[in-house]
Ligand binder design. Sequence first.
Ligand SMILES: *Cc1c(COP(=O)(O)O)cnc(C)c1O
Length: 456
Amino acid sequence: MTTTANELSYRIEQKRNINGAFPGPKSQALAERRSAVVAAGVASGVPVYVEDADGGIIRDVDGNSFIDLGSGIAVTSVGASDPAVVAAVQEAAAHFTHTCFMVTPYEGYVAVAEQLNRLTPGDHAKRTVLFNSGAEAVENAVKVARLATGRDAVVAFDHAYHGRTNLTMALTAKAMPYKTNFGPFAPEVYRMPMSYPFREENPEITGAEAAKRAITMIEKQIGGDQVAAIIIEPIQGEGGFIVPAEGFLPALSEWAKEKGIVFIADEVQSGFCRTGEWFAVDHEGVVPDIITMAKGIAGGLPLSAITGRADLLDAVHPGGLGGTYGGNPVACAAALAAIDTMEQHDLNGRARHIEELALGKLRELAAELSAGGGSVVGDIRGRGAMLAIELVQPGSKEPNAELTKAVAAACLKEGVIILTCGTYGNVIRLLPPLVISDELLIDGLEVLAAAIKAHA
Ligand SMILES: *Cc1c(COP(=O)(O)O)cnc(C)c1O
């Protein structure tokens, strides 16, 4: 057991350690078994198989330990085996694993709804529904918006990612690998230009002007009174950790309110302390009509939710919303424990601390690289523990996907798991567990900096 200053304790040693070449023999044997039985369409970014994970470390079946800067895609913010989550899961499972909330309900579901209504932005009357995945939450947010408004059109944005089901594929922007050959897609989805400060043709464009650009297009191409919902990730995830210019989200949400359009914030990736606030919209005081949540919500167990205005959610007829497993009792127990851990250990504060620490390191690296002329670091951005480096061809904005891939591969060789993202595949994204120790984070960032320097 080791302990950091803010009293987080760990079960396994928080140190990266590569035992010779990897993948080792046990991972290789598992890869062989896998290829005979698991569909090729499911890809894994890292070729090792996990045996244990805790805090900021993932240990594989051959005894290698990796620094986890991905949290299973922003899921294990409280760590992959938070003691409070583990205990709550064991306790809940020992009583009942499932009854179906639509058949015989239980307290855990109600308690999670109470917590989400408390934590989400705004002090209006709210209602919550629980599901299993982020995509399912998004689907249901759109169902509610269409029913409540009696309108069909849904507006999404360039670089958006909302999931892999049919409607959410339609909402998602990127063709490969998410959409190509999987159509036809759901109708009445319209795509508008995002505010993407680094790639704006006019770098001076303000958030309000970028919102105006989208609003004018909506008015001309659809008509504001035809739109059921605007759905947006307040910080885009898979699309490249794009933080819209200040003022963009408030202007959009204000206009949506005027037109009776349901403003849906998809906080599946950015929610639950990830950005240093409970939700990314909190940074600009935006209050969405409906908010979608998943990933970080339940310490690794599958759970998702929509929380929104009571008048919208309660417009749906009884039986209109649900699902066999939605709000599974074990997942609810995990969520309550994870939320408790977030509050007990002030993980919003941890996320802000990680931002300060990591941005300092990344800016040092950027300064060092640009001292020699055109740098491969095009942009450094993000909030809290949701940070990114956009890599470019030196001295231009031309995306550098090859370098991005090479850097992630080099980090992995050194025992650091790094995820990439972006429409152009040229963004390194950092999503460390919020409970990672400073020492481990610094070690991981130094490996990353060295890899970028070596390959630049
Ligand atoms: C991951 C993600 C989804 C989809 O969540 P799943 O649980 O994979 O279905 C939806 N929206 C955003 C913003 C995401 O990051």
